[in-house]
Design a protein around this ligand. Structure first.
Ligand code: HEC
Length: 290
């Protein structure tokens, strides 16, 4: 097998292994980066929902107390305002959503659907679970969601959520007596869920992956080309010329031209040794002739 072929086979093998390993590492790294970014975005939205809820409970609800004696104002309910604010966000960003998904909600729009019910049940089964991160295929593409359990820890919540009799009459008039009651403190009643699209970050990660791998392959090929050229210029070409010359000398063409590489590398030293050997040979032939 020719030297250049051997060299290129080994080089291609190293190239393939190097590219394969880098591809696995780069893909994992870029994808987990994209996922971390999406999780961060989802947490931010969850925090926003918390902030809006607290604001409503602390600042809005007390202002509406008097009017609440006549008719019920959902604007005083923390989870209502969180839903309104984040729901409005969903109008400009339809792939994002926030929901207080409940098994038995006061407002039917908060009723958990199939997959949300599964998430709620995860929290019901595992009492210590504080947060759950999952992925799903939404109609608009791959989405990541963060869920946190909803419990009531404060007995004051039961005024409106225990029985229709205990609840303010305007509330029952508005929402009816059949749902949103019978909640118990400490029990997981639902889950707050934030869902954030992953399609764009994943696409960006894939694009970055293609660019990185393309660059890596280009660098590898460039190095391969340069090494081939060097191997050809520094080793193969002088060795081929030297071997052609030795052939001529061995066939008795003693007047064949001298061979020098002009350098002092190993090939240069070989050429010099060959030159000396040839001189000795010519000398020996002359001695034999005389
Ligand atoms: C004054 C009555 C009242 C009190 C007190 C109250 N809630 Fe509610 N809650 C409501 C109403 C009404 C809704 C439905 C709002 C809507 O239309 O979205 C609601 C909705 C909710 C929801 C959203 C899911 C659903 O059922 O629609 C959660 C979660 C919730 N409440 C938790 C609590 C917690 C926790 C407390 C105690 C800190 C509490 N509530 C105290 C009246 C009350």
């Amino acid at each position: 097998m020719k030297l250049l072929l051997k060299f290129n086979l080994v080089f291609l093998l190293v190239f393939a292994i190097g590219l394969g390993v880098s591809a696995t590492i780069a893909r994992d790294l870029l994808r987990s980066n994209a996922e971390a970014q999406v999780v961060e975005r989802a947490r931010l939205l969850m925090e926003k929902a918390d902030v809006v809820s607290t604001y409503t409970a602390k600042q809005i609800a007390p202002l509406l107390q008097t009017q609440m004696n006549y008719h019920f104002l959902p604007q005083s309910v923390p989870s209502y305002s969180a839903m309104e604010v984040l729901g409005a966000l969903g109008k400009s960003y339809p792939d994002y959503f926030y929901k207080a998904a409940m098994l038995n909600p006061t407002n039917p729009r908060d009723k958990a659907n199939d997959w949300e019910e599964d998430v709620v049940n995860q929290f019901r089964k595992n009492d210590g679970l504080k947060e759950f991160i999952g992925q799903r295929d939404a109609p608009t593409g791959r989405a990541l969601y963060i869920a946190r359990p909803i419990r009531i820890n404060d007995g004051a919540c039961l005024r409106c959520h225990s029985t229709p009799d205990a609840a303010p009459k305007p509330l029952v008039d508005r929402y009816g007596p059949s749902n949103g009651f019978g909640w118990k403190t400490g029990e997981v009643l639902g889950a707050r869920i934030v869902s954030v699209p992953m399609t764009v970050p994943l696409k960006e990660a894939d694009h970055a992956f293609t660019v990185v791998m393309g660059l890596l392959a280009a660098v590898f090929l460039f190095i391969g080309g340069a090494l081939n050229l060097m191997l050809w210029k520094l080793v193969i070409q002088p060795v081929t010329r030297l071997s052609a010359l030795s052939d001529r000398v061995s066939r008795g063409e003693l007047e064949a031209p001298e061979f020098t590489t002009g350098s002092h590398d190993e090939i240069g030293v070989l050429a010099e040794s060959f030159g000396r050997m040839r001189k000795s040979l010519v000398h020996a032939m002359k001695l034999l002739d005389s």
